[in-house]
Design a binder for this molecule. Structure first.
Ligand code: SF4
Length: 164
């Protein structure tokens, strides 16, 4: 009982904190968007982000709008372990459809052959700091992006038998 009381006290605080941090990250990303092409060009060693500055900025605006629809909140929730990790119940493999890359709107996504996509910064160690390295970890992730590659295997339901 004591444990449940503790959780009930902790949840609203975490929820407010998660909302605040999510808002803060999106606010900072929006405020410094103009400098992002330069920043990305340096850390990902991809000067084209600067050479195509206007186009990068256009894609970044779309990227930011998509991020504000849940992915940043998911990232913060995952960081605070406020999200259930069901990864051991997920099987399958990626078909490179690009759905989970902000519904093909990620600024780093690059089209390849056969309507497939690849991450343009896949090999960068900085990518590990993003949401992308931890997908999918839940049935919600699979459903959210209508991922055709992975399947969430339902937990077996153990029913309580009536002893009478
Ligand atoms: S939605 Fe699934 S299959 Fe498509 S790119 Fe993402 S992980 Fe791969």
């Amino acid at each position: 009982m004591q444990f449940i009381k503790k959780i009930n006290h902790a949840l609203p605080l975490n929820y407010q904190l998660i909302r605040f941090i999510t808002f803060f990250i999106l606010f900072v990303a929006r405020a410094f968007m103009w400098v992002m092409p330069i920043f990305f060009a340096i850390i990902f060693i991809k000067p084209q982000f600067v050479f195509n500055y206007k186009e990068t900025l256009r894609k970044l605006r779309i990227h930011h709008t998509a991020l504000s629809q849940g992915p940043v909140k998911r990232y913060v929730e995952t960081f605070f372990k406020a999200r259930i990790n069901q990864a051991t119940h997920i099987s399958g493999e990626c078909t490179q459809c690009g759905n989970c890359c902000l519904n093909k709107q990620c600024v780093f996504l690059e089209p390849i052959e056969d309507d497939k996509f690849q991450c343009g910064v896949y090999n960068s160690p900085f990518r590990k700091l993003s949401n992308c390295g931890a997908f999918p970890i839940s049935s919600e992730d699979v459903e959210r992006y209508e991922c055709p590659g992975y399947v969430f295997n339902q937990y077996p339901v153990i029913k309580i038998k009536n002893a009478n």
